[in-house]
Design a protein around this ligand. Structure first.
Ligand SMILES: Nc1nc2c(c(=O)[nH]1)N[C@H]1C(S)=C(S)[C@@H](COP(=O)(O)O)O[C@H]1N2
Ligand SMILES: [Mo]
Length: 531
C-alpha cells in the first residue's frame, strides 16, 4: 500500500506520489541546457577582451572547418551554397542543445559525473582555442571562466529541481525545491546568460575598428587606370550574368567563421624567407605606391560545372612583382606562401607572381575599399589561378620558399598544391525552367580561361553539330568572355551544351571531373522544354 523505497513510509504525511519522489527529467534537461548556455554566454563575454578566436564556440567551429575533408566541404557547398557557415552554426546549436539536455539528465542522477562532463566539454573547447593560429595562453581564460560559471549554474539548478508531479510547496526531498522556486532560478539564469551574450555582442561591436577605418578610407587614384571597358562586353542575350559582378553579389568563400577585423593603421605586410632583403610595407606606404587597376575574374576551385562560384571585378592594387623585386628572391625559390591574419595560407608559384600579369596586392574592388568579407584592408588577386592557391584575403605575410619545403592550407586537405584555372563555359539563359515557345530563342552565358583568353565558344543542340556562338568583346584575357547564340528552336524537349576554346586553340575538355582535387571539368548542359 505505501510505496517502498529509501524513504521511510510515514503515516502522518499524506503521500500523493505512487513512487519515491524523483527529480523531474524535463526540468533536469532544461537545467543542463541553461548551464551550457551560461557557459557559452559568459565565455563569449570574456572573449571580448581577447578577440574572437578566444571564444570556444568560434574555435570549435573553426577547428571543425579546418578538419573538413575536401568531399565534405564540396557536399556542404553543394547543399548550402555560400550559406555553409549558417548551416554549420545551426548544426552546432543543435548538437549543443542535445549535449546540454544530456548533461542535465545525468546531473539529476549523479551531479558529480555531470560536472565532470561540463569540465570535459570545456576541455574540448580549450583544446580548440589553444590550437588556433596565433593563440596565446590568455585565450584560455574565456573558456575557463565560462566552464566554471556553467558548473555553478548546473549545481544551483539541480539542487532546486522540482520533483516529478510535484506542485506542493512543502516537498521534503533531497532536491529541496518546488517548481516555483526552480522556475525563479531558471529565469534568473536565463537572464544572466542573455545579458552576458548581448553584452558580449555590444562590446564586441564597439571594437569594430575595421568597419570604421574602411568608411573613412579615401582611395588614391590609380597610376595606371584600367582601360575603359569595350562597349560590347555584355552578351547580346538578355539575362546573362552582368559582365561586372556587383560587389554585394560577389561569391564569398573562406574558412573564417568570423570575418577578421584588421585595423589598417597597424596592418603591415612582410616579405621574408628566401630573399636577399626582407621587406615590410605599411598600409600608408601601399596607398602611396603606384597602384594599377585591372579587370580580373576570380574563380573558386569548388565551383561545379555550370556553378556560380566565379565573379568578375575591377581591382586596384600594387603589382606583387614590384614588392618581390625589392626583396630579391634567392635562386632555388619557386613558391610564395601567402598568409592571412587568421592562419589561412596559399601556395602560389613564384613565376606567376613575377611575370608581367596583374597579380595584385589589392586594396579596392569595383572602386570601393575591399569589403571586410573580401579581405579588407589588403588581399591578393592573381589572374589564372583558383582562389585557394592565390587570392589570400586579409594577407599579412609573403614567404618566399619552395613547394618542397612548405605546404598551404588546402594541400593536405585533398587539393593540389598548384591550381591553374581550367577553361570553362556556362549557359546562363535560357534557364531550365524557362517558359519557351518554338522560334528564335536567345541563348547566352560566360566562358573563361583566365590569362590565356577565350577565342571561341560553340553550342550544340541535342546531338547536332557544334556551331559557333557570337563572342562579346574581350575586356582582357584575365576576364571572362560573354557569348550569345540565336537558336531556332522547334517544340519539344532539347538539351543545349556549351564548350569554349582558349587562345592556345585548346578546346575545353569533355571529361567530367568533380571539383576535388584540382577543379571541375566537363561541358555544361541545360535541358529545356519548348512549347
Ligand atoms: N584568408 C583567406 N583568404 C582566402 C580564403 C580563405 O579561406 N581565407 N579562401 C580563398 C578561396 S578558396 C577563394 S575561392 C577566394 C574567394 O574570394 P572571395 O571570397 O573574395 O570571392 O578567396 C581565397 N582567399
Ligand atoms: Mo575557393
Amino acid at each position: 500500500m505505501t510505496p517502498v523505497g529509501d524513504s521511510p513510509p510515514t503515516a502522518s504525511a499524506p503521500s500523493v506520489h505512487p513512487s519515491p519522489a524523483r527529480p523531474d527529467d524535463r526540468w533536469a534537461a532544461v537545467s543542463g541546457v541553461l548551464a551550457c548556455a551560461v557557459t557559452l554566454a559568459v565565455a563569449s563575454l570574456v572573449a571580448v577582451l581577447f578577440g574572437p578566436s578566444s571564444n570556444p564556440a568560434v574555435a570549435v567551429g573553426g577547428a571543425f572547418v579546418d578538419a573538413t575533408p575536401a568531399w565534405l566541404k564540396d557536399a556542404a557547398i553543394a547543399a548550402f551554397g555560400t550559406n555553409d557557415k549558417v548551416a554549420l552554426f545551426a548544426g552546432m546549436a543543435i548538437a549543443f542543445l542535445l549535449l546540454g539536455a544530456l548533461i542535465g539528465l545525468v546531473a539529476a542522477r549523479h551531479l558529480r559525473v555531470a560536472l565532470g562532463l561540463v569540465a570535459a566539454v570545456g576541455a574540448v573547447g580549450l583544446a580548440a582555442v589553444l590550437t588556433r593560429e596565433g593563440a596565446g595562453t590568455g585565450d584560455a581564460l574565456p573558456t575557463l571562466v565560462g566552464a566554471v560559471a556553467g558548473m555553478l549554474t548546473l549545481r544551483a539548478l539541480v539542487a532546486r529541481l522540482p520533483l516529478r508531479g510535484s506542485t506542493a510547496t512543502t516537498e521534503p526531498a533531497q532536491y529541496g525545491s518546488d517548481r516555483r522556486t526552480f522556475l525563479r532560478y531558471a529565469a534568473l539564469t536565463t537572464s544572466l546568460a542573455a545579458v552576458a551574450a548581448v553584452g558580449g555582442q555590444l562590446l564586441g561591436a564597439s571594437r569594430r575598428i575595421a568597419e570604421t577605418a574602411r568608411s573613412a578610407l579615401r582611395l588614391p587614384a590609380a597610376a595606371r587606370p584600367a582601360p575603359a571597358l569595350p562597349a560590347g562586353v555584355q552578351s547580346a542575350a538578355p539575362g546573362v550574368t552582368p559582365f561586372v559582378t556587383p560587389t554585394n553579389e560577389f561569391y564569398r568563400i573562406d574558412t573564417a567563421l568570423l570575418i577578421p577585423q584588421v585595423n589598417p593603421d597597424t596592418w603591415s605586410l612582410r616579405v621574408y624567407g628566401m630573399v636577399e632583403e626582407e621587406v615590410e610595407i605599411t598600409f600608408d606606404e601601399l596607398l602611396a605606391a603606384d597602384l594599377v587597376e585591372a579587370w580580373v575574374t576570380l574563380a573558386c576551385v569548388s565551383n561545379t560545372v555550370g556553378g556560380e562560384l566565379v565573379g568578375n571585378a575591377k581591382w586596384l592594387g600594387l603589382p606583387i612583382r614590384e614588392l618581390l623585386a625589392r626583396a630579391k628572391p634567392l635562386p632555388g625559390a619557386d613558391m610564395v606562401l601567402s598568409r592571412s591574419v587568421d592562419g589561412f595560407t596559399a601556395s602560389t608559384p613564384l613565376e606567376v607572381l613575377t611575370d608581367d600579369r596583374d597579380a595584385l596586392l589589392a586594396v579596392a574592388m569595383n572602386d570601393e575599399p575591399l569589403p571586410l568579407k573580401h579581405g579588407f584592408p589588403v588581399r591578393m588577386v592573381v589572374p589564372g589561378l583558383y582562389g585557394y592557391v592565390s587570392a589570400t584575403k586579409w594577407v599579412t605575410e609573403l614567404k618566399v620558399t619552395t613547394f618542397a619545403d612548405d605546404v598551404a592550407y588546402w594541400t593536405p586537405r585533398g587539393w593540389t598544391e598548384r591550381g591553374p584555372i581550367k577553361t570553362a563555359s556556362r549557359i546562363d539563359v535560357p534557364r531550365p525552367d524557362a517558359d519557351l515557345t518554338a522560334g528564335t530563342i536567345a541563348v547566352g552565358g560566360v566562358a573563361w580561361a583566365q590569362h590565356t583568353g577565350v577565342i571561341a565558344v560553340e553550342v550544340q543542340v541535342d546531338d547536332g553539330d557544334w556551331v559557333a556562338a557570337t563572342l562579346a568583346d574581350e575586356a582582357s584575357t584575365d576576364t571572362w568572355r560573354q557569348w550569345s547564340y540565336r537558336w531556332e528552336a522547334s517544340s519539344g524537349r532539347h538539351t543545349l551544351r556549351v564548350r569554349a576554346t582558349d587562345a592556345t586553340e585548346e578546346v575545353q575538355t569533355s571529361t567530367q571531373a568533380p571539383p576535388a582535387p584540382d577543379g571541375a571539368s566537363g561541358w555544361h548542359e541545360v535541358t529545356v522544354e519548348v512549347a
